[in-house]
Design a protein around this ligand. Structure first.
Ligand code: ZN
Length: 228
């Protein structure tokens, strides 16, 4: 009897006493564990170099542009006739200086005892068409473009700067650049009609843009020398 009374009293107190307020947990369980964030990678697409300018050709085989494999630079050039050495020296410099902003190696250097020539320039080539100041000869296959030679008209009586422009233009072809239709470009398909000083010959911003795009292309057909 006494036990029953005690039980009912306990039930009554349970109803009357205020319920304890639930305490906020000290540690919040994170919904996503920190490790889950390691799977996140941020790929911010880097803008590639702008495409070649309008009316500016790039040598292509199939759909692939052609350029020198960078590990095969510098190309070694033999002037062939020492009277034209100052012309070759300046023409190589036009490209070597022109690509400096791209952080590229020298593209052309003279051949020497340790470095045999990739190409020997031909200044009096009977095969050169009479209406041409210079020509670059090629043989092309499915997966290679091979430069066979560069011929120039050694009898062409123009100022040295114009000769530099003509040779530097042909070296541009060796690099994989085609003809430009815009006067002022080194790769403009016609020779300059005004006398040029040697130091005037340089890459135009369009030549630079085309070269920068070309040498950023991962998929390309290699241009090789006759001895490659
Ligand atoms: Zn040309």
């Amino acid at each position: 009897m006494k036990f029953r009374w005690l039980l009912s009293w306990l039930c009554l107190t349970a109803l009357v006493w205020p319920k304890p307020v639930p305490r906020a947990p000290h540690v919040q369980q994170p919904v996503i564990s920190p490790q889950a964030h390691l799977n996140w990678t941020f790929s911010v697409p880097l803008p590639g170099p702008p495409p070649p300018p309008d009316r500016y050709d790039i040598l292509t085989i199939g759909n692939r542009p052609c350029h020198l494999p960078v590990e095969r630079t510098p190309w070694r050039l033999d002037v062939g006739d020492m009277r034209f050495w100052p012309i070759l020296e300046r023409a190589m410099q036009v490209w070597n200086v022109g690509v400096q902003p791209l952080g590229m190696n020298y593209l052309f250097l003279p051949a020497d005892r340790e470095h045999p020539a990739d190409i020997v320039l031909r200044w009096y080539d009977p095969q050169l068409p009479r209406d041409k100041a210079a020509a670059t000869w090629w043989s092309t296959g499915l997966d290679v473009a091979r430069v066979l030679g560069i011929s120039l008209d050694g009898n062409f009586r123009v100022p040295e700067g114009n000769m530099v422009q003509i040779l530097a233009h042909e070296l541009g072809h060796v690099l994989g650049l085609g003809e430009s239709q815009q006067p002022g470009d080194l790769m403009y398909y016609r020779t300059s009609s005004r006398p040029l000083a040697m130091q005037e010959v340089q890459l135009s911003p369009r030549d630079f843009q085309a070269l920068r795009w070309l040498y950023a292309q991962e998929y390309y057909t290699p241009i090789r020398s006759p001895r490659d």
